[in-house]
Ligand binder design. Structure first.
Ligand code: ADP
Ligand code: MG
Length: 627
């Protein structure tokens, strides 16, 4: 009898079917998409065989209403106000925090939460604009594989904060892309070079693009990259080399009469800078020692031959600035340059021999340059995406440089107190103090959970353990320090110490074991969708916990010192307790708070009387000299 192949609904009957996963480098000036095919990472080309997509969106108001990439770039000269370049600089930023915002060729609006861009079709958020770029790359990948995309790893600068990362994720979601993970650009570059295959090492990633320079120092330990330091200059890049060369060429060509490049007409300036860029790029080619820069200008044509040495001299100050930033980053990481095991070059400008030579001289070793520096980030992201999608057949080592979901502890009432927030880079250690809830409580149950939701019931339970042997104390006196330590393997260890007595307990947990990235994505999606409901639920639970605590405290006070009250006073307090007991399980936080407050107010005179008795008792038995 033949066996029937059975599969779960929605699941592939073939467990080995490949899932289409890509890496996306969402860059300031250009973006790329790459994928692993037949074991080799490669960038996917568009229909004209170009792998680079200019990160430019132009809102035309006609036809589909927008152009993306090269088409948009072509409109820049005539329609700069509606042609959005460098949108990455606005991601997750308010207007006041955008560097040099007034010099952008389009109007940036001071919208709450995140800056947005004024266009002829109305205001557009950086998230929407980036989504256009991401969607274009998604379609390119889907066309190329003739299949739907399973997911993508998207790269972000190592210094991106949570708001910038979140904005990137939101843009991907808007583009219909399932984000398998965001990884840091330098980490991706290191992966592309296979540096994660070593057991450990210290690496510098030198990224010199068109307008920005980033230096990152990474430490690899057992397959996990940790960012030790980042630095650079957000206003230094290949464009500055173009300007420096243009300036030099004007002086060479026109002598003393040379105008400063800044004083040229816009058209002349654009032509001159373009000619300088061409000359600069020609000088990078192997074996080339000189190149000509020729450009017609209103003030006289420029036609000069530039040698490599002259270029190096004209741009020396810029090169020195990059080296200074490298030294600073090394200092921040508390490392000597000799400790660096490898230097990865990223960005088109690292093709310049002046840069390669300067970096080699600084580190005393030649940098890694055999991969295309424009593509290296996308290639690394593709390798990571392939692993996360489960296509990787070799060792299943999953590189984890950030914590994908928050880790926390259950507190009274089934609430989660987050201790290590998601996206924290690992290894990491965080601690928080807790206390006991009841008088004389000698043990504490600790419940470790993972997830973004406020209620324990909606998170994933990781482990439970107990701290025993706490000496009996009044509620709220014990100091229990709970520390979470996540090592480079993503292994979590939780320690609890009662600091007054020194009693302690600990447990080892593997946090993301068994959680697929799909599940992680679901949990994150859930948490955004339900944030409002969670806030309400949290308020109710907190009110209930307060009510419970007030009842316990009052009852314990009555047990100890009830004799201080006359029957009428006692009856009033009992009535208030009954009111709280009756309402404490309701779903109305305001109502619970009201009766709890009323109980607190009603017990105030009693509390004062107890305090007086307490002082009398403490003093009794001591002789007057001791007081
Ligand atoms: P970004 O990361 O800012 O998007 P890129 O990494 O694409 O930028 O780098 C663009 C810069 O690289 C431009 O200034 C360009 O002139 C420069 N570049 C590209 N190719 C070469 C080359 N062969 N020689 C020198 N510079 C180059
Ligand atoms: Mg770049």
């Amino acid at each position: 009898m033949a066996l029937l192949q059975i599969s779960e609904p929605g699941q592939s009957p073939d467990p080995h079917q490949r899932r289409i996963a890509v890496g996306i480098d969402l860059g300031t000036t250009h973006s790329l998409v790459a994928s692993v095919r037949n074991g080799i990472a490669e960038c996917l080309p568009d229909e004209h065989d170009r792998v680079i997509l200019p990160s430019v969106v132009r809102y035309t108001g006609e036809g589909s209403g927008r152009q993306i990439g090269f088409e948009a770039l072509a409109g820049q000269a005539t329609d700069a106000a509606n042609t959005i370049v460098s949108v990455k600089r606005l991601m997750g930023r308010v207007r006041a925090d955008v560097h040099d915002v007034d010099n952008l060729p389009y109007a940036v609006l001071d919208t709450p939460g995140m800056a947005s861009v004024e266009t002829r079709v109305g205001p557009k958020t950086p998230v929407e604009i980036s989504a256009e770029i991401l969607a274009t790359l998604r379609f390119r990948a889907e066309d190329s594989f003739d299949d739907d995309l399973f997911g993508a790893v998207i790269t972000v600068p190592a210094y991106f904060d949570d708001a910038q990362r979140q904005a990137t994720k939101d843009a991907a979601q808007l583009a219909g892309i399932n984000v398998l993970r965001l990884i840091n650009e330098p980490t991706a570059a290191a992966i592309a070079y296979g540096l994660d295959q070593a057991s450990e090492g210290l690496y510098a990633v030198f990224d010199l693009g068109g307008g920005t320079f980033d230096i990152s120092i990474l430490r690899l330990t057992e397959g996990v990259f940790e960012v030790l330091a980042t630095g650079g200059d957000s206003a230094l890049g290949g464009d500055d080399y173009d300007r420096a060369l243009a300036h030099f060429a004007l002086q060479q060509g026109l002598g003393d009469h040379a105008p400063a490049p800044e004083t040229l007409s816009n058209a002349d300036k654009a032509n001159l800078y373009a000619a300088a860029r061409k000359c600069k790029e020609a000088l990078s080619a192997d074996g080339v020692t000189e190149a000509t820069l020729s450009c017609p200008l209103d003030s006289g044509d420029v036609h000069v031959t530039i040698g490599r040495d002259a270029f190096a001299q004209a741009t020396e100050a810029l090169t020195q600035r990059t080296l200074q930033a490298v030294r600073r980053a090394l200092r921040d990481a508390e490392l000597d340059k000799s400790a660096i095991d490898g230097v990865v070059m990223v960005g088109g400008s690292t093709r310049m021999p002046v840069i390669r030579d300067a970096v080699a001289a600084l580190f005393g070793q030649p940098p890694l340059t055999n991969l295309n520096p424009d593509e290296v980030v996308a290639l690394g992201a593709a390798i990571q995406a392939n692993q996360l999608a489960g296509n990787h057949t070799g060792d299943a080592l999953l590189l984890l440089d950030v914590i994908p979901l928050s880790l926390g502890i259950e507190t009274m009432g089934g609430l989660v107190e987050r201790i290590v927030p998601r996206n924290s880079t690992i290894p990491t250690a965080r601690a928080q103090d807790f206390t006991t809830f009841k008088d004389g409580q000698t043990a504490l149950a600790l419940h470790v959970v993972q997830g973004e939701r406020d209620l324990v019931a909606d998170c994933r339970s990781l482990a439970r353990f107990e701290l025993r042997g706490i000496p009996p104390m009044a509620a709220g006196v014990a100091r229990i320090r709970v520390s979470f330590t996540v090592d480079a393997d993503g292994m979590l260890q939780v320690d609890a110490v009662e600091t007054l007595s020194g009693v302690q307990a600990h447990i080892d947990v593997k946090p993301s074991y068994g959680l697929s990235d799909d599940q992680i994505a679901d949990m994150l999606r859930d948490s955004y969708a339900t944030a409002e409901a969670d806030i309400k639920a949290r308020a109710v639970v907190e009110a209930r916990v307060d009510a419970e605590r007030m009842i316990l405290a009052t009852q314990s006070a009555l047990n100890a010192d009830g004799d201080l009250l006359n029957p009428a006073e006692r009856a009033v307090i009992d009535e208030h307790i009954a009111a709280v007991v009756a309402l404490k399980s309701s779903d109305d936080a305001a109502q619970i708070e009201a009766v709890t407050k009323a109980l607190a107010a009603a017990t105030e005179p009693f509390a004062a009387a107890r305090m007086n008795r307490g002082i009398t008792q403490a003093l009794a038995g001591k002789n007057l000299n001791a007081v």
